[in-house]
Design a protein around this ligand. Sequence first.
Ligand SMILES: Nc1ncnc2c1ncn2[C@@H]1O[C@H](COP(=O)(O)OP(=O)(O)OP(=O)(O)O)[C@@H](O)[C@H]1O
Ligand SMILES: [Mg+2]
Length: 356
Amino acid sequence: MTTVSEEQVWEVLKGIKFPGMSRDIVSFGFVDSVDATAERVHVDLAINTGNPEAAETVRADVERALTELGPVQVEVSLKVSLPPSAAQQVSQAPDLIPQVQHVVAVASGKGGVGKSTVATNLAIRLGQLGHRVGLLDADIYGPSLPTMFGIDEQPKVVDNRLMPFEKYGIKLMSLGFILAADQPVIWRGPMVMKAIEQMLGDVEWGPLDFMIVDLPPGTGDAQLTISQRVPLAGAVIVTTPQDVALIDARKGLAMFQKVNVPVIGIIENMSGFACPHCGEVTDIFKTGGGARTAELLGCPFLGAVPLDPAIMQGGDSGVPVVAASPDGPHAESFKQLAEAVVAGVGKDQRPKLSIF
Ligand SMILES: Nc1ncnc2c1ncn2[C@@H]1O[C@H](COP(=O)(O)OP(=O)(O)OP(=O)(O)O)[C@@H](O)[C@H]1O
Ligand SMILES: [Mg+2]
């Protein structure tokens, strides 16, 4: 008996474009659920559009494509809703960073796992490799770039454009440069969106080969804004070796897969403790969980970064390890990561943003 797996169904759905658009219906988030049993494939489409005929075309395309999978009964349900005005504005807004070639998000499901540390050292390393690099701190709730780069000034404004800082060979912007350090930030969804849009579109980034985006933990408004407003080349997921962090990493990964952003891979941070005296690595938490999770989820494992006082001090003192000693042992894992990111984004042109 022929059976069709849910993975096969998702693959088929990823090949179906919204009429007139370059992006597929999965990346638009139009597929609500997929259910496949031995006899039956059921797909729920929930399409947000002002063009119901186009939604009907999508339904017919899905039905046709799934029927070709094999002799199973295919059911496709369709719910069409008008886009809410904010979403409409987003989808009609222009490309905010047309001069940026590859945008890579650094994300995690859980807080405090070392996203900012990884994003910072990755960005500096890419700069050392000769790329033009920008680092955007999209963690508007707890920006950490001012500390990590030791910058305690306000950015300059020229012709109504914010000038990014330049340090260790890369360009930087963070809301932390603008807000007072002790100012509590209470953001609601639309404000998060606006703040991130401004840090993309109102900053004079200039032409860049890579923009690294340091995301806040979890899967909230900032992540949504970035994936809607920026053509992401891929995401790097940071995790620590404990099971609880790994469960969250899986959620982060699932979020990017849902919006069809390629996951470049998983990096396991604080993986074993590197003794500052003898250099020997002791596994404080478990080890190897990142590699296992990557294998389980079918995405590349990009390496392990040990828990190392030099890495922590680098971040706290404003001189990240990769800048302090580019060829030192502490920088090694970040160098590998940078190479994996360059390889991971490939030579493709930037993905197109959706306009519908
Ligand atoms: N490999 C490491 N070895 C030692 N200390 C580390 C390592 N990675 C990160 N740290 C330290 O752990 C703390 C948290 O790291 P970081 O701020 O990069 O995490 P984060 O995931 O960005 O956190 P948040 O979720 O709050 O944004 C920092 O003090 C940092 O210096
Ligand atoms: Mg952070």
